[in-house]
Design a protein around this ligand. Sequence first.
Ligand SMILES: Nc1ncnc2c1ncn2[C@@H]1O[C@H](COP(=O)(O)OP(=O)(O)OP(=O)(O)O)[C@@H](O)[C@H]1O
Ligand SMILES: [Mg+2]
Length: 275
Amino acid sequence: MSSQTDTSRIGAPNAGDRTLDGSIRIDNVSHIYGKGTDRVTALGPVDLTVPPGEFLVLVGASGCGKSTLLRLIAGFESATEGSVQVSGTTPTPGLTSGVVFQQPRLFPWKTVGGNVDLALKYAGISKGARVARRDQLLARVGLEGTADRKIWEISGGQQQRVAIARALAADTSLLLLDEPFAALDALTRERLQEDLRQVSAESGRTSVFVTHSADEAAFLGSRIVVLTTRPGQVALDIPVDLPRSGVDADELRGSPEFAALRAEVGHAVKTAAAA
Ligand SMILES: Nc1ncnc2c1ncn2[C@@H]1O[C@H](COP(=O)(O)OP(=O)(O)OP(=O)(O)O)[C@@H](O)[C@H]1O
Ligand SMILES: [Mg+2]
């Protein structure tokens, strides 16, 4: 996906600045919620370095700290201990990364196009450039011609596509996704996985994707990190060498290499959860 030209931007100085490379550095990070008897050590210590362009999938049992780690990378929260850096800087919500949640969290009173337009406005894209960019983003997620539809007129899978378009709007070099397809039916989920795999291969963005599913992890990841139970630590770091582009999705899913990886991840998650 190409960056907007300088003349089309106003404000939001970091958004879409692809000189930010999307790399992530997590140094000795732990996170604690609450105080006294309410104190919960949710995560850590974790050390992780994610180079630009990697598609990192985080898997682990429920409550092990996956969303916590994602929120720290997004800059929604600051780590209790250690340091998190995105593109060499302290992460800033909305500027250093785009985020997609489990639920689409769209504005229901705005149209499909209106939701994407708002994100473009926040990212500093000038009004004159926004309609074309909005339509380009909607086409990118397979929603061409839907800009004027109301949010309640489209399906759950389509709403999640709008949420992805919105996260791509700022053209940040890092995309964070927290179980974005968990609430969808199996067929829609597979289609969206295929589209996301393609979008990420084309755009060269760094991505961090949280899931419970070994199948989803094996299909999407260029690297898979399995976390232990709470407080989440890295149990296993699996490099993936399945082809990233130019491969038929069904062929990939049917290959023995994919089956072996899926089994390895499934086994690692179960072992980490039982430890
Ligand atoms: N804001 C919060 N205040 C207090 N405790 C929290 C808060 N957010 C998360 N926790 C606790 O921290 C731990 C890790 O939570 P987190 O949401 O990161 O887990 P998760 O791996 O994303 O789980 P799931 O797979 O169920 O989404 C859990 O025990 C959770 O109850
Ligand atoms: Mg979570």
